[in-house]
Design a protein around this ligand. Structure first.
Ligand SMILES: O=C(O)COP(=O)(O)O
Ligand SMILES: [Mg+2]
Length: 232
């Protein structure tokens, strides 16, 4: 029996251009109205997730910064995991490395991040990962940005912590995603699923891969597993 949903945002509820699927929003509202909690789990910042939760109509439970922050409901305390200083050390080394090739990096909303460091995919994600291979920080390519995150911190580790705050366990969740940053969450959830546009990592970890892509894939997955939810 499933009790809650945890879903990625970019590439799962949105398309390549980050336009949100209205069908996916409807599917989330139907779940919420049936008493099924829906958690947004993203590489995005807390403030951007907050606006989305309000407008979609969830209770504000979120995982942000790829697991670096999480919070139960709007009025819960924001929990911060990992070590952002270590991510900044890694960032400075990457910055120097690419500066030698004449390439400057573009940071994404550093003023709103408490745990990770994110920047534009204007440099090779693989080369970025190599530059910091000996550091306790991983470079994660989401297809939308490159994120630097402290070892062991993932959407999956945050799911375990957040589930406890919700009086649940990861096994109670249906998890849905599309990118490398979703693999651990998909693996740890009771049921892990990937949308049709997913990259190989989360696809291999998923027990079900949707035929459809992006928001339509999300809706397909929710429909498939709807009978397994306990309505409250
Ligand atoms: O912030 C990103 O780079 C991607 O965000 P996502 O985890 O919602 O796909
Ligand atoms: Mg994504």
């Amino acid at each position: 029996m499933l009790k809650a949903v945890v879903t990625d945002l970019d590439g799962t509820l949105t398309d390549r251009r980050r336009r949100i699927s209205t069908a996916a929003i409807e599917a989330i509202r139907n779940l919420v109205d049936a008493g099924v909690p829906v958690v947004l789990a993203s590489g995005n910042t807390t403030c951007s997730l907050d606006i989305l939760c309000k407008m979609i109509g969830t209770d504000g439970s979120i995982i942000g910064e790829n697991g670096g922050v999480y919070r139960y409901r709007f009025d819960g305390k924001l929990q911060v995991a990992g070590r952002q200083e270590a991510c900044w050390d890694a960032y400075h080394r990457i910055e120097e490395h690419f500066a030698e090739e004449g390439k400057a990096l573009t940071l994404y909303s550093p003023e709103n991040r408490f745990a990770d460091v994110a920047f534009a995919r204007t440099v090779s994600p693989a080369e970025t990962a190599e530059v910091i291979a000996d550091m306790p920080v991983r470079a994660v390519d989401t297809g939308f940005a490159i994120h630097l995150q402290y070892d062991g911190v993932t959407k999956g580790s945050a799911l375990a912590e957040l589930a406890a705050l919700m009086d649940l366990v990861p096994d109670d969740f249906l998890a849905i995603g599309d990118s490398e940053n979703d693999t651990e969450m998909i693996r740890r959830a009771g049921v892990g699923a990937a949308v049709g546009n997913a990259v190989p990592g989360p696809m291999a970890a998923a027990e079900y891969v949707a035929e459809k892509k992006y928001g339509e894939g999300f809706v397909e997955i929710v429909r498939k597993y709807r009978p397994y939810f306990l309505e409250r």
